[in-house]
Design a protein around this ligand. Structure first.
Ligand code: SF4
Ligand code: SF4
Length: 430
């Protein structure tokens, strides 16, 4: 008898989360928290609907038609349903497994697919290649080329024109550099005063270059709060985008590389300032049940745990905090942690933001791939922000920061990481 190949086996046998789909009791408590359900009003685009489809597909009672596939693909993996569900549904893990399956079954290899795979496999795991591509983008922005392309896209493709607008304004190359242990004389950034802790900073892939200013602020705030800071040069991308895209083997390989680096670097804790990366590093692939082998903390979580030196520089500005899904639902770090830190800044007018726990529509590259759904979700977020009339929006995830910046469409509102605001206050007290 011929043994079925992996691809011929029914999905259920390669879907360990199948049994978790049976936990759904159809109560519907998750539905009002789901951004794609709010945007479409369709049951199939709700958590309950997606679990029904996944279960049916695993049992062989639901065929994977283009319509079914679309409903599943359109999940942002914001994981708001996980926080709402009394049965402990794990939508993030289910969608990862499903996307891994889709990747295994993929037949067509369009040009767009090939480019995205090239970026995921050959660029993002290498910070120097990310920096090289960023330099090209910076040149594009710094010359008249961008103006010409924008004018052309305005006339030819509304969709491409919108996508073009999503790119952030890149600082010059010298301002995008964070020296690592390869370049630092003492191999670390020393704590101010007696060290309490040795922290290793996680840089990420695109964020290592585009959000260098956030990394530098994180280092300064950690130093000021008694942490020696290491920045291991050999670290790599967290693999979150690979997991979203179903590239589970690649994500596992990246996790293994980071594990080797961080376990060996001599730090007490790995500090992450991007909510998506933090969630990926805290939730290891099955091959690594003990994770990175060293504690992982979001920067705000760590500062809250160790207690901060009170910042005394005044910041007389109206501020709102928007909660990244992967901090709130992925890492279960609520607004009280971040707002508790921000409230210590003298002069700050921290205002409530309606639906601050609602997804902004960023979702890794969701706003690029599913713009038709990301648009209404994003517009709702922009309306909530405008209603609160802030001068600064604070959020702890690079993807959310880029999305919010684009949504604000040139409005005079700064978008900052919470640690940048703390750093600003510390800087004013010198
Ligand atoms: S992860 Fe987010 S988008 Fe997906 S089903 Fe859950 S709430 Fe909806
Ligand atoms: S809240 Fe949980 S149990 Fe209830 S319908 Fe949603 S996924 Fe199912």
């Amino acid at each position: 008898m011929a043994i079925p190949t992996e691809r011929e086996q029914p999905f259920r046998e390669r879907f360990p989360q199948y049994v978790r789909t049976l936990d759904c009791v159809h109560c519907g408590l998750c539905i009002q928290h789901c951004p794609t359900h709010a945007a479409t009003g369709r049951e199939a685009s709700s958590p309950r609907g997606r679990i029904y489809l996944l279960r049916g597909y695993a049992e062989g009672t639901v065929e994977l038609t283009p319509a079914v596939r679309k409903h599943l693909d359109e999940c942002i993996v914001c994981r708001a349903c996980e926080s709402a569900c009394p049965s402990g549904i794990r939508m993030g893990e289910m969608m990862e497994a499903f996307r891994g399956e889709m990747e295994r079954q993929r037949d067509s290899r369009s040009l767009l697919y090939r480019i995205s795979m090239l970026l995921l496999r050959r660029v993002l795991p290498h910070r120097r290649r990310v920096a090289w591509l960023s330099n090209i983008l910076w040149l594009y922005q710094a010359t008249r080329l961008q103006v010409a392309v924008r004018a052309l896209l305005k006339l030819t493709s509304r969709r491409l024109a919108e996508l073009e607008r999503l790119q952030p304004r890149l600082p010059r190359p010298s301002e995008r550099k964070v020296p690592t242990d390869r370049e630092l004389p003492e191999k670390l950034y020393p704590a101010f005063g007696k060290p309490r802790l040795r922290a290793a900073l996680f840089l990420g892939c695109i964020a290592s270059d585009w959000f260098a200013r956030t990394h530098r602020a994180t280092i300064r705030v950690l130093q000021r709060n008694g942490c020696d800071v290491l920045v291991p040069d050999a670290q790599t991308c967290c693999g979150a985008l690979h997991r979203h895209a179903g590239l589970l083997d690649e994500a596992e390989d990246l996790f293994r590389r980071n594990r080797e680096v961080f376990r060996e670097c001599g730090a007490d804790v790995v500090v992450v300032n991007a909510a998506g990366c933090g969630a990926a590093l805290k939730e290891p692939p099955a091959a690594f049940p003990d994770g990175l082998g060293i504690p992982v903390r979001d920067i705000c979580e760590l500062l809250d745990e160790i207690g901060i030196v009170p910042p005394i520089g005044r910041i007389d500005r109206r501020v709102v905090y928007d909660q990244p899904c992967h901090l709130l639902h992925g890492q279960r770090i609520g607004a009280e942690v971040v707002e508790g830190l921000l409230r210590q800044i003298p002069g700050i007018d921290l205002r409530p933001l309606r639906d601050s726990d609602r997804c902004c529509g960023s979702g890794g590259v969701y706003n690029v791939v599913h713009a038709d759904l990301a648009d209404p979700i994003g517009r709702e977020k922009a309306a909530c922000i405008r209603e609160a009339d802030p001068e600064i929006v604070v959020t702890g995830n690079p993807g959310c920061a880029l999305q919010i910046q684009a949504l604000l469409d040139g409005a005079p509102i700064e978008v900052l990481h919470p640690v940048e605001l703390l750093d600003r206050s510390y800087g004013r007290s010198l």
